[in-house]
Design a binder for this molecule. Structure first.
Ligand SMILES: C[S@@+](CC[C@H](N)C(=O)[O-])C[C@H]1O[C@@H](n2cnc3c(N)ncnc32)[C@H](O)[C@@H]1O
Length: 221
């Protein structure tokens, strides 16, 4: 796994990219990013739920979740970048969602008590982190016992040749934060396997050279 971008470069990158993030991410992932978001939302969120979208960025997953939870539920969108949050706020306003709360914060230290949320979502937000496993444990902490965590993240291809090509491409793109957005293939499964949580779904989807891992994880009851 490549070493993450430093804090300053990461924030600068998302400040510059925020307005065009949705279009750029959809283009470079050939639209498969949306399939990952849809999967984690569909498989976890129910009407009336209190949901955290951790590293929710411009709010695409949060808006989908807000639609499902309805007026009896709530979505909290937390992100490090105020510029990404501004785009999310604008989108929520345009779509007339008033059941989303926006918080500027850090996934490593979620400002919530233990066992708080019915669902926690992370769509591609572990990809820029130096320690994705640590953030995953933090997301589990704030989840209620028996509740679901939905994660989508970039991963490496299974095929040996594809894996070799993907590594070369990743290293090249990594030279330009504006292209990589600080995102690279990560794995959170090793951290999850050390916990009592149950992996309900573990599936790879998307473009063969740049696949996404979809995880649905249930916290022990
Ligand atoms: C690739 S984007 C994903 C955004 C969104 N979840 C989506 O589905 O498109 C990564 C997001 O993680 C955020 N991020 C990076 N490090 C973070 C941290 N330590 N705590 C909270 N958010 C973080 C970035 O600001 C960015 O919005």
């Amino acid at each position: 796994m490549l070493k993450a971008l430093d804090h300053h470069t990461l924030l600068k990158t998302y400040r510059k990219k925020a307005k065009h993030y949705d279009f750029y991410h959809r283009t470079v992932t050939i639209g498969s990013d949306q399939k990952g978001r849809e999967m984690i939302v569909e498989k976890t969120v129910k009407p009336g739920d209190i949901v955290l979208d951790a590293g929710g960025g411009t709010g695409t997953s949060a808006l989908m979740a807000a639609h499902v939870v309805g007026n009896n539920g709530k979505v909290v969108l937390l992100d490090l970048s105020t510029y990404m949050l501004d785009v999310a706020k604008k989108k929520a306003k345009e779509a007339s969602f008033d059941n989303i709360e926006f918080i500027e914060g850090d996934m490593y230290e979620l400002p919530f008590e233990d066992n708080h949320f019915d669902v926690v979502l992370s769509s591609y937000s572990t990809c820029p982190l130096q320690d994705p496993g640590k953030a995953t444990l933090e997301m589990l902490r704030v989840l209620k016992p028996g509740a679901l965590l939905g994660i989508a993240h970039s991963t490496v291809p299974d095929n040996k040749l594809m894996k070799w090509i993907a590594r070369k491409v990743e290293r090249l793109i990594w030279l330009f934060p504006a292209l990589s957005l600080g995102c690279r293939a990560v794995e959170v499964l090793p951290a999850l396997k050390k916990t009592t949580a149950t992996i309900r779904l573990n599936k790879k989807i998307g473009f063969p050279l740049w696949p996404f891992r979809i995880l649905i994880v249930q916290k022990l009851k």
